[in-house]
Design a protein around this ligand. Structure first.
Ligand SMILES: *Cc1c(COP(=O)(O)O)cnc(C)c1O
Ligand code: SF4
Length: 386
């Protein structure tokens, strides 16, 4: 018997709200928990959280949809949902190795809002707003609109750049969260991108299915499917985030033919345990979502209390790889600090290289030798030397 369960979030702390209203994503956005008074109405705050709530406004706003807020444990400041969205005093201490732009994105923008780091693909930052704000957000310098830096995306210049750059075949829409746009506005972007013949692949990076599953309406799904292939990368960090409502929203996306991947962030006190991640990845498979990346938390300012070491991440990956379905295993990656792009991190399965032999270990630690025979000719593949 499966122990995987999907628990509804509604109505929770909003028993008086009619189901139609709860289902309305604009109601969810208007009623986000965002002030100290809102937080204290429902949660017993730790002193570090009270101080954290008073700090914000300076860097990253606080906002939590009622849907997501219902998943928070009222008594426990260590609650893994709570640690992701309730600010803490620790956010105000910056370690020397931390940066405001840890992935060096600002230096890789040929056009404001368009990050072109890799040869064939771009990251298109279309908005600075999200449904809720993650305290470890790598883009907190521009996200939420309260920091000193603004996201100044120039859409027309970005489209002209993409038209002129035929090597770009893959566009990743992100922000902020593109799903905060109306269907009409998002459709305008998709239509414009689809008018550029060399753009083959469009992806949307969004945490809305987790924070605001009500946004995934049948109308939205019907709009997206006109622009296929459109893939979506969601962002889910803990199995409790996969509520019944979220599972249904993900089902609507999958039914609309949108291949779904998940990008999780490894976070201290949230998901830095193999059992938690295994349950998360198994639940994602049940929702037809393929775990894609597990990110080492970026060196964003004020995130030390949420970061683990890479060594710990490698040990966790070692306890997953081979111990469960291959589809349940994401690639563990770190963004090279300052702008190196994604770098894969893998536990070491090659134990030694001796002459023409590789010494390998499997997931149980058993040793195997692989003879590296010299390769035969390549004529059979029809490859000509130039
Ligand atoms: C992550 C990222 C991409 C997409 O990378 P994939 O490995 O293809 O998912 C593209 N551009 C930038 C700047 C990125 O950070
Ligand atoms: S949803 Fe993404 S962009 Fe928005 S705050 Fe969270 S990590 Fe940052």
């Amino acid at each position: 018997m499966s122990r995987i369960t999907f628990i509804p979030s509604a109505p929770g702390r909003w028993p008086e709200i009619a189901p139609e209203q709860w289902q309305d994503w604009t109601w969810q956005l208007k009623n986000r928990v965002s002030s100290l008074a809102d937080l204290e109405k429902h949660l017993k705050l730790a002193p570090e959280e009270r101080a954290g709530a008073l700090l914000t406004g300076s860097k990253l706003a606080t906002a939590i949809t009622p849907h997501y807020f219902n998943l928070i444990d009222a008594e426990d400041p260590g609650c893994p949902i709570r640690r992701q969205v309730v600010p803490r005093l620790e956010e105000s201490s910056y370690a020397p190795e931390e940066m405001s732009d840890p992935c060096g994105e600002d230096g890789a923008m040929p056009v404001p809002g368009l990050v072109h780091r890799y040869p064939d693909r771009v990251l298109f930052l279309v908005t600075d707003r999200c449904a809720s704000y993650c305290r470890y957000c790598t883009r907190s310098r521009v996200v939420s609109g309260v920091g000193e830096q603004d996201l100044e995306t120039d859409f027309e210049e970005a489209y002209r750049y993409l038209e002129a750059h035929e090597e770009v075949r893959d566009v990743l829409l992100s922000g902020g969260d593109p799903l905060l746009f109306s269907d009409r506005k998002l459709e305008g972007i998709l239509r414009r991108l689809r008018s550029i013949p060399h753009i083959e692949f469009i992806r949307i990076g969004s945490r809305v299915p987790i924070f605001l599953p009500q946004r995934i309406t049948p109308e939205f799904c019907a709009m997206i499917r006109k622009y296929h292939p459109v893939w979506m990368s969601i962002h889910c960090n803990h199995p409790r985030e996969l509520t019944l409502e979220v599972k249904e929203a993900l089902g609507r996306l999958a039914d609309a033919g949108i291949p779904l991947g998940n990008q999780a962030v490894l976070l201290r006190g949230v998901n830095n345990h193999p059992d938690v991640l295994k349950e998360l990845f198994h639940k994602l498979l049940m929702c037809r979502v393929r775990p894609y990346y597990l990110y080492q938390c970026d060196l964003i300012q004020g995130s030390a209390h949420l970061r683990t070491t890479i060594q710990e991440g490698l040990e966790i990956m070692d306890k997953l790889r081979g111990h469960t379905t291959g589809y349940a295993i994401p690639q563990y990656v770190v963004d090279g600090p300052g702008g190196g792009g994604k770098i894969p991190l893998n536990p070491d399965y090659i134990v030694a290289r001796t002459g023409d032999r590789l010494v390998l270990r499997n997931y149980r630690g058993d040793i195997y030798e692989y003879p590296e025979a010299s390769p035969q000719g390549v004529e059979g593949l029809g490859i000509k030397e130039s």
